[in-house]
Design a protein around this ligand. Structure first.
Ligand code: ADP
Ligand code: ZN
Length: 677
């Protein structure tokens, strides 16, 4: 450990009050630094204790990492303050260490996620507490589980009783009653006074989930997501450390909170890409949840209708146990899927809905039911092109086209947030009013629907039209209350929701998700389109799904049509095996970025040259990233591939320590990459 004492002056000199029996402690600070720092205090402190320390001109909160330091105590400064009553559980410290090693980030960065607002515990600064009540008030609506559900829930409960670590894959089509099964397991954990964490991929999903939870358990669980006020977060943090949070539901960041008695972790929609954090500390919360469960001897349940190939493979080799609900609950049928071949049913110019889809919308409306149109494109049009010279309007900071948002009357870069207005004339060919919108976004589909069905009540559902979680909750309520007839939305609406009157789902551009250089493109497309389809006909009324496509023969389309995931996934899996890609091999991506294009390329090439020859791994690249300029930074990528038995971290550590990046370049390590942009 390094002592904290920047000028190496003697801090035990006469000016300092002399501490009689100084004990050394190493303190982890929430900063991207390699090591913990040594300080002294007049007594020994247990690991996990919250302290305040001098650091340069700053005063920082930190956590006692080890009760002993290694540096001569004479050179160490004393702590400023010790918060005896606030201590991170031991398991959180182990988790910090594990995640830090796995993701190859500094432990201080993980500490920041474990204890995001340490000032919440500073008794001097603390605002008065509102009392939080997360205690169960008895079970209100305990449903009778079907035989299938009951058997499944029993398996999970047996694991909970055994108090040993197990991971389950809880698999079942959309609407098969997976949530009710894990509710039953939650019930069991609550009765023993232990803790549960439920992770959902997006905030948008929490509204309906919370309604259901409250109806079932009679209390509101603690929630955690990015759209919460700081004051709320502080309260929750205090409640957690005081052991007052029996159930927490949240997005991926909730996983790191300092639970001390966590016995059940649920990862709902485990296949979902939102569990992967792509910035800062790059991690997959689904995978880290399994580690967290292991450290607590807890049970982890991964729930999905379309499990990821990784999870399927782990189930196949017996690492996870499979639980399977076969049918939709209560005799509800799976929706009938139809492909609309756009070569046979071409759409009129500047329209996006084919005749069969329009007809289905009309019929659904005449029955007084609801419909959903899905298009994973925000805004009005993904491209704006000059009619005169073909110039595309591009983001000045990213190598990406600007997206036209008609409702907000602006151009927007979806990656860096740069905004602009449509130029009156083309700066290249000087043609006047020459820019034209190309391709559809959801706003454009909205315009089309309201023109051809002027009486219907349409709602747009994307992050641009619902600014915060409150707006999302209100919109979802409006749909439930049938104040909306047709919802037009992006993937924000694709998952989890249950709208009994929704009987038609139209997928506007089934092919959009298939393209790209992503090794998981087909898998992701299938998962997304299957999820969207699953919104249809979830109760007694039979549901329909129309997928517009130019590629009706594509394996993804065939699998959706036949509702046959197994066949499709085994083909996918074979392909991956040939290439040694996950789930049969491991990947680690290196992303080099910087302001100077030549320097980025030069370093990427140097890195590749110094890659140590080994049987255990090979290197793909270097190559410019698919988005070669992002937020003003040029980017190159390398991809390390190893067999499943070989962990990439030690290899990377050795290699990168021999070829460290120059200071003016950034090197990001993405273990188990999910995106390849
Ligand atoms: P999934 O999580 O697999 O999508 P859900 O748990 O949401 O499925 O169940 C689908 C619908 O069936 C929900 O409306 C749910 O309330 C209902 N349901 C499921 N199981 C039961 C049960 N045992 N008793 C009553 N209703 C149930
Ligand atoms: Zn941009």
């Amino acid at each position: 450990m390094i002592p904290y004492n920047e000028k190496n002056e003697s801090i035990m000199g006469s000016k300092q009050s002399v501490v009689k029996m100084p004990a050394q402690v190493s303190v982890l600070l929430p900063l991207p630094l390699k090591e913990a720092f040594d300080y002294i205090w007049n007594e020994r402190l247990s690991p996990g204790t919250l302290v305040k320390v001098p650091f340069g001109t700053r005063k920082l909160y930190g956590v006692v990492w080890e009760g002993k330091g290694t540096y001569p105590s004479k050179k160490c400064k004393p702590l400023l303050e010790v918060f005896e009553s606030v201590r991170l559980p031991e398991v959180s410290l182990k988790f910090i260490e594990w995640v830090s090693n796995y993701t190859m980030t500094h432990p201080g960065q993980i500490l920041k996620m474990v204890l995001p607002l340490p000032e919440a515990f500073d008794t001097k600064r603390r605002a008065p507490l509102n009392s939080l009540n997360f205690t169960p008030k008895g079970i209100l609506q305990k449903p009778q589980l079907s035989l299938d559900q009951w058997a499944t829930a029993e398996d999970i409960k047996r694991s909970l009783e055994s108090e040993t670590f197990h991971t389950f894959l809880l698999e079942g089509v959309t609407g098969s009653g997976k949530t009710e099964v894990y509710f039953d397991a939650i019930d069991h954990v609550l009765s023993k006074g232990e803790q549960v964490l439920v992770m959902l991929p997006e905030i948008a999903l929490t509204a309906q989930w919370l309604q259901r939870f409250e109806a079932r358990f009679g209390f509101h669980p603690a929630t955690w997501h990015s759209d919460m006020k700081k004051s709320e977060k502080k309260q929750i943090l205090r409640a957690i450390l005081q052991g007052q949070v029996p159930v927490m539901v949240g997005t991926r960041s909730a996983l790191f909170l300092p639970f001390s008695n966590l016995k059940l972790l649920i990862v709902d929609e485990e296949h979902d890409g939102s569990y992967k954090q792509e910035e800062g500390v790059i991690y997959n919360a689904r995978d880290m949840a399994i580690v967290r469960a292991r450290l607590s001897k807890a049970t982890c349940v991964l729930a999905s209708a379309t499990p990821s190939l990784e999870t399927e493979e782990n189930t196949r080799i017996g690492k996870y146990r499979q639980l399977h609900l076969m049918d939709r609950y209560g005799g509800a049928h799976m929706p009938e899927v139809q492909l609309i071949d756009l070569r046979k049913y071409p759409r009129a110019k500047q329209t996006w809905l084919s005749q069969p889809l329009r007809k289905a919308l009309e019929t659904t409306m005449s029955r007084g039911e609801q419909a959903m149109l899905f298009l994973n494109r925000r805004g009005y049009a993904p491209l704006v092109i000059c009619q005169g010279c073909g110039d595309r309007l591009m983001c000045p900071h990213c190598s990406l086209p600007l997206v036209y948002h008609k409702f907000h009357k602006q151009l927007l870069c979806h990656h860096c947030g740069t905004t602009g207005f449509l130029p009156p004339s083309c700066p290249k060919c000087h043609a006047e009013e020459s820019y034209c919108a190309h391709g559809p976004g959801i706003e454009r589909v909205y315009e089309e629907v309201t023109a051809f069905l002027p009486e219907v009540r349409c709602a747009l559902l994307s992050s641009d039209h619902m600014s915060d979680s409150q707006a999302i909750f209100e919109q979802i309520k409006a749909i439930q209350d049938h104040k909306v007839d047709i919802l037009i939305g992006t993937q924000i609406m694709a998952k989890g929701h249950h709208f009994p009157l929704l009987t038609l789902v139209g997928i506007v551009d089934g092919d959009a998700t298939l393209s790209g250089s992503d090794l998981r493109a087909s898998e992701k497309a299938f998962q997304l389109l299957h999820q969207v389809s699953g919104r249809s006909g979830r109760e007694k009324r039979k549901g329909q799904v129309f997928i517009q496509t130019h590629l009706p023969e594509h394996p993804v389309m065939r699998a959706l049509l036949d509702q046959d995931r197994r066949e499709f996934f085994s083909l996918e899996s074979e392909q991956r095996l040939i290439h040694g890609f996950p789930p049969h091999g491991r990947l680690a991506a290196l992303i080099i970025s910087g302001k100077n294009r030549e320097e980025v390329e030069k370093f990427a090439r140097r890195l590749a040259r110094t890659f140590p020859l080994t049987q255990k791994a090979d290197l793909l690249g270097p190559a410019p990233a698919p988005i070669p300029l992002l937020r003003g930074q040029y980017r190159w990528r390398l991809l390390l591939r190893t067999t499943k038995e070989v962990a990439p971290q030690p290899l990377l550590k050795k290699w990168l320590s021999q070829t460290p990046p120059p200071r003016f370049l950034k090197l990001q390590i993405d273990i188990d990459p999910y995106s390849f942009y």
